[in-house]
Write a protein that binds this ligand. Structure first.
Ligand SMILES: [Zn+2]
Length: 425
């Protein structure tokens, strides 16, 4: 009964709203108006009807239609005034799509039908979500309002990470990758996340402050050549996010990441005063991978070896880890195994200053809350790395922008700016 009543009430409201809007014919401003496309004269060509999907359901509006003979384009000025010029979805439904599109397009379509009684096809969800994401991408570049100094935590963290996202074949053609034939099936999404961790658990370990995490990510280059005048697209993104969150002005700063060189290049160049920390979670993953290579998986011996190395890592005993790896290197004959073991020694050596975990702990610094790793999963993995998904760079970046905006609690602000911008134009 309640669902039936809601449907009736919405249908009645839709009818009243359509009647109200259709009674207003002030959008007919005479036989001519300047063409929106070329500025030439566009001729009045009657009132045209179109059905829109609104929060109240389907709504058929008749609007003054103008046609330009010079460029053979036509349009209804009212659609623009009402925010209906993006297609057949109303602003309220577009906003609902933005909220629903955190799940797959097909699931979003089902959600909209189940919760709001709206018929929006998966393809339409996709188009709308991508258009929103592209608008957010533009907005993100322009909207860099530094956080007020009073809101800065005494210690702020900036995490950088990369994760591969499956691409359509045309998007990776000719790019070198990790496939057996040297080709690539993925592109790397680079993620920047900023958070604070002033809280402590019962053991005195820093805990990430609820609601303090923000994300910004894209498939973007982090490489800068010596000849480049400007810094890489991703470095600029990191700078914007750091500025927005006040990371660049916090009394104490720490950059967390895994061993990837681009991460430490950005950290060193843009935040030279920040403490560099290899995320402990990543470092342990590295050692576990070596254990798997040495002993196979599953293996009790391998588990025991990894557990011992993890404990040494926590205790800051890098020399012990290197000694254990050297012993393995001497004992093994397989070329691949030896190479990987040698690489791991190199990784530990290159990052030794970033792995002084007992020192960091004594300074009250967070060394691994798996925030960065979880960020990659939450912001990227759960949505973009699902089975059977293949993206274009453009599509992936739009959806990543939309997700980061929502997960960072910025969607409402974005929407307000969008409405204001429309009202002004
Ligand atoms: Zn024209």
């Amino acid at each position: 009964m309640e669902v039936a009543c809601r449907r009736q009430a919405l249908a009645l409201a839709a009818h009243l709203l359509a009647e109200h809007l259709n009674a207003d014919t002030s959008d007919d401003i005479g036989p001519w108006r300047p063409c929106d496309h070329c500025g030439g004269p566009a001729r009045y060509a009657g009132r045209h009807a179109k059905t829109f999907t609104t929060a109240l359901g389907a709504l058929t509006l008749t609007r003054a239609y103008y046609h330009c003979a010079a460029c053979n384009q036509g349009g209804c000025p009212r659609d623009q005034a009402l925010g209906l010029d993006g297609g057949s979805l109303s602003p309220a439904v577009t906003r609902m799509v933005g909220t629903a599109a955190l799940v797959s397009f097909a699931e979003s379509s089902e959600l909209l039908a189940a919760l709001a009684g709206l018929a929006v096809e998966a393809k339409q969800v996709e188009r709308t979500a991508e258009a929103l994401g592209q608008a957010i991408t533009v907005d993100e570049r322009q909207q860099v309002v530094p956080a007020p100094a009073a809101e800065l935590a005494p210690t702020m963290y900036l995490g950088l990470d990369g994760t591969g996202v499956p691409m359509r074949q045309t998007e990776v053609a000719g790019r070198p990758g990790k496939q057996a034939d040297g080709s690539s099936k993925t592109r790397e999404v680079k993620l920047c996340t900023v958070w604070s961790a002033e809280g402590r658990d019962e053991d005195g370990v820093p805990v990430r402050d609820a609601g303090s995490v923000s994300y910004s990510a894209a498939i973007e280059s982090a490489a800068t050549r010596d000849t480049d005048q400007t810094c890489s697209a991703f470095a600029q993104r990191v700078e914007r996010e750091a500025s927005r969150r006040g990371f660049d002005r916090a009394p104490r700063r720490a950059v967390l990441g895994d061993g990837a060189p681009w991460i430490w290049n950005i950290a060193g160049e843009y935040f030279p005063a920040a403490i560099q920390i290899v995320d402990r979670f990543h470092a342990k993953e590295h050692l576990s991978a070596v254990a798997k290579l040495l002993y196979g998986a599953p293996s009790d011996l391998g588990d025991a070896w990894a557990t011992a190395r993890h404990a040494e890592l926590d205790a800051g005993q890098l020399h012990q880890i290197v000694a254990a790896l050297r012993a393995q290197y001497r004992a093994r004959r397989h070329a691949v195994t030896r190479t990987e073991v040698r690489k791991c020694i190199g990784y530990l050596w290159a990052n030794r200053r970033r792995m002084r975990y007992p020192t960091f702990r004594a300074q009250g610094l967070c060394t691994s809350t798996a925030v960065v790793e979880a960020g990659c999963k939450v912001a990227i993995g759960t949505r973009l790395k699902r089975a059977g998904m293949h993206w274009t760079v453009r599509g992936a970046n739009a959806i990543i922008a939309l997700r980061c905006c929502k997960l960072s609690g910025r969607f409402e602000d974005f929407w307000e700016r969008r409405v204001e911008h429309r009202a002004a134009s």
